[in-house]
Design a protein around this ligand. Sequence first.
Ligand code: BDR
Ligand code: CA
Length: 318
Amino acid sequence: ARTILYDCDTGIDDAMTLLYLASLVRAGEADLAGVGTVHGNVDPLTGALNTLRVLELAGIKAGEEGVPVAVGAARPMAQEVHYAADWHGTDGLGDTGLPEPEGRPVAEPAAAQIVRLARARPGELTLLATGPLTNLGAALLLDPDLPSLVREVVVMGGAFGHPGNITTHAEANIWHDPEAADLVFAADWPVVLVPLDATHPSAVHGDWLDRLAAHGTEAARFAVRVLDFYVGAYTPVLRARGAVIHDALAAMLAVRPELGEYVERPVRVELRGELTRGATVWDARSLPAEDPRRPVRVAVGSDVPEFQERLLSAIQSL
Ligand code: BDR
Ligand code: CA
């Protein structure tokens, strides 16, 4: 079973990912070593409280006496902070007003937690990141040996052939901290990147949502409530009732890589473009890449029916 350290900005699709990870933990199929939160959809303290609530609701003890949830970077490295209330609500969970969690975040900052856990379990951790990459970038600055201590890094972010979702060319997680993302793609560690090109075709639609709603468990009822807000935001984009649960696809490809289709190319982040800052760039020419960077494994597609069935049954299992 994989040992996952999850970095996120909880966030509706991050919350669905926490439910998925909780189902894996409860089935003995993964170990969740910790969670760190970062600015992005909401501020990182709100994200940490959301994370604690969702894990508790999924039957996982979290906080100082359970899975540690660490608050991370409150701002990007080189620009102002922005949140995403239009997509996730001002509370990050569709303004559903959930009760306070029982557990509290730990005192250690998320970047320090990454370094500490990686040193404690060299070669074991899968870093799964579904928010801006500030904590991972900061962890790389704290410990230059980090790349050799981590098994794999799986990131939801970027857009190559697909348009951006926050500007014409940029995907939100990269756009929220382009400098940090570029540090992560430049480091000498195995990175799997799950961009909009892979996540958009995995959108769930009305039938999937109806099957979820037919399930009466507390976790399923929670998922339906928070997804309702997200579906409201996505329906005009998809021109059909539905939503893109980006982050859960990255989590599933972290534990079931065979469900993805990949190409391997060095990836850079546009840091200076007037219209394109935060865009991910790869060299798609057929010649061998001139870029000396270690290639990133970029998911360009996935087994969509399998993803959707597994996600549905994971939520139903809680
Ligand atoms: C990403 O941006 C966030 O709003 C989502 O949680 C996801 O991680 C999609 O671009
Ligand atoms: Ca996210």
